[in-house]
Design a protein around this ligand. Structure first.
Ligand SMILES: [Zn+2]
Ligand SMILES: [Zn+2]
Length: 360
């Protein structure tokens, strides 16, 4: 039985995240109570904590009606504790392992009806920003946001299904085919996972551009065939030489004019260039259109991921196509989330994914 109150990590304002006692919300119809096992801390949590709120709202959110203070945590795994009224008990059974797809959308507009929930015309919300997330020992999740994980997949690995799905979707957007070559720009957590997914999907040669040696080593561990330091090497020239004319796919996980130019310059004709990084809304990129036109290149972007991406990721974790356990660089208790979680991610560059052990 879940307790009546619990400790949760709640975001109040910039630099103000408190581990505090909260009441367990009642289970509404269509919701599932999840006993959280592990919750990952993400770059967007860092951003929210450092200078937010961005995704959390001070006024009630249009889709959820909820506002600050908010229990964070959108990358988590756990087991089903209890089913609310009307939940599909054929698909979701008490005790089953689950991971969470955090996107909340209107479910009525054209993109939503076509299965592209992250592209909802009314704007999206997230579990862990716009309704309570997984940085608490229990949380309630709408049944549509749950994916069942096979029993033999460890729950710490299942907590990485969310960021891995972001990478999986980016690689899907690139339409890479087995045997093609790729450039990944930036080897932070998403760039590292993108590198691993590219290799899992059969990329024959993956170059990673990354300015720090620590993250360059992580890229190598993720399967990069060549790691270039853009501060020391002309990345475009080196990639074109190494791949005899340029890569088929470039995935920009850094998101600035220099990296975008490198992505366009290092690609061959008919290449696909995918932007994964967020750009500031007031920032405009300059585009060398001759390079795009005379190469018939496609410039596109990847936003969150679809339910199908997470299904494919869970299957890939279950059948061993992809491994992520080596990318869990620390496991901490909830009470240490600020010092050993948020601060450690900024100060210690060897971290890829820090997990909070919610039952510790
Ligand atoms: Zn995230
Ligand atoms: Zn919608």
């Amino acid at each position: 039985m879940a307790p009546l109150t619990m400790q949760a990590a709640r975001f109040h304002a910039a630099k103000d995240l408190r581990v505090e006692q909260v009441e367990l919300p009642p289970l509404a119809a269509g919701e599932v109570r999840v006993k959280v096992a592990y919750a990952g801390i993400c770059g967007s949590d860092l951003h929210e904590y450092a200078t937010g709120p961005f995704t959390c709202t001070c006024a009630p959110h249009a889709l959820t009606g909820q506002a600050l203070p908010m229990t964070l945590g959108h990358e988590f795994s756990g087991t089903i504790e209890e089913l609310g009224e009307g939940v599909n008990s054929e698909r979701l059974k008490v005790g089953a392992k689950v991971c969470i797809e955090p996107v909340i959308s209107c479910l009525e507009c054209r993109p939503c009806l076509e299965g592209n929930r992250p592209l909802c015309e009314k704007g999206i919300g997230f579990l862990g920003y716009n309704r309570p997330g997984g940085l608490a020992p229990y949380t309630n999740v709408p049944q549509a946001n749950l994916h069942v994980v096979p029993d033999h997949v460890e729950l710490d690995v299942a907590a990485l299904a969310e960021p891995l799905s972001v990478a999986w979707h980016a690689v899907s957007c690139s339409q890479i085919k087995p045997g093609e070559t790729a450039l990944v720009i930036g080897a932070g957590p998403i760039g590292a996972l993108v590198t691993r997914v590219l290799k899992a999907k059969g990329a024959s040669y993956v170059v990673v551009s990354e300015p720090t040696a620590t993250r360059g080593a992580i890229a190598t561990a993720c399967g990069a065939d060549l790691v270039l330091n853009p501060l020391e090497t002309d990345v475009v020239k080196a990639v074109r030489e190494a791949t005899k004319g340029g890569v088929d796919v470039a995935i920009d996980c850094a998101g600035n004019q220099r990296t975008f130019d490198a992505a366009c310059g290092a690609t061959r004709a008919k290449a696909r260039i995918v932007m994964v990084a967020l750009w500031d809304t007031d920032k405009r990129a300059a585009l060398d259109f001759s390079n795009i036109l005379f190469g018939e290149k496609i410039v596109t972007a990847s936003c969150c991921f679809l339910g199908q991406d997470m299904q494919e990721v869970v299957a890939a974790l279950a059948n061993g196509l992809i491994k992520v356990d080596d990318l869990i660089t620390s496991r901490i208790a909830l009470k240490d989330i600020v010092a050993k979680g948020l601060h450690a991610l900024v100060e210690e560059q060897h971290h890829v994914k820090i997990l909070v052990d919610m039952q510790q």
